[in-house]
Design a protein around this ligand. Sequence first.
Ligand SMILES: CC(=O)[C@@H](O)[C@H](O)COP(=O)(O)O
Length: 255
Amino acid sequence: MLNIGPYSFSSRLLLGTGKYPSWEVQKAAVEASGAEILTFAVRRMNIFSPEQPNVLEQLDVTRYKLLPNTAGAKTAEEAVRIARLAKASGLCDMIKVEVIGCDKTLLPDPVETLKAAEKLLEEGFIVLPYTSDDVVLARRLEELGCHAIMPGASPIGSGQGIVNPLNLSFIIEHATVPVIVDAGIGSPADAALAMELGADGVLLNTAVSGAADPVKMARAMKLAVEAGRLGYEAGRIPKKRYASASSPMEGMSIV
Ligand SMILES: CC(=O)[C@@H](O)[C@H](O)COP(=O)(O)O
């Protein structure tokens, strides 16, 4: 089970809801992914114009735990305002804090992320910050009381996969709250690797919504996350420099 704050989930795949070719495909992909947590940008919800379409329109939202995110925020103040808006609209008690520090890379601003997380924790939110893959920053966020840490695999929407598995493994090794690898996942192999490294979950969007067949890819990601987790729990063999026979002959009487 993936435990975040007071909540438990059987699926370790968290899915974004943006950039699907149609509402129908989004709905089918969410279904195929088996995800129980869906994230969406509060600024795309048309909170003040209910007659406009919104990103969760076709989904039976009672079946999912909603994880609004503060995408679009560039300061802690903006992120806090967006989170409060989401809470006041009855959308959530969990929030994915996303404070972007660079328009080109969409990498998070560590200082503003820390400030926003601190404030939102004070206000009683269940806080999941999107961070860079920095082990010290992850520790600081955890010390503040964040309920999970979400280090990026690589820039959002880049599909580059895990560019620094060593950093991720340090974060995972030291964390006592769930580590959810978020952003940059390109293929099922990337998702499986994140889980094999010991991540507690994977959050992705573009790899599914931008795939040639998003529904098939959603299922592939589901299976990859499950396979990666199983592999992690099973314990992989250590890597060796040289060969060792798969069918050793020692102790055999017939050669
Ligand atoms: C939807 C969401 O929260 C994204 O900002 C997230 O970081 C996923 O990134 P990818 O689209 O790279 O999977």
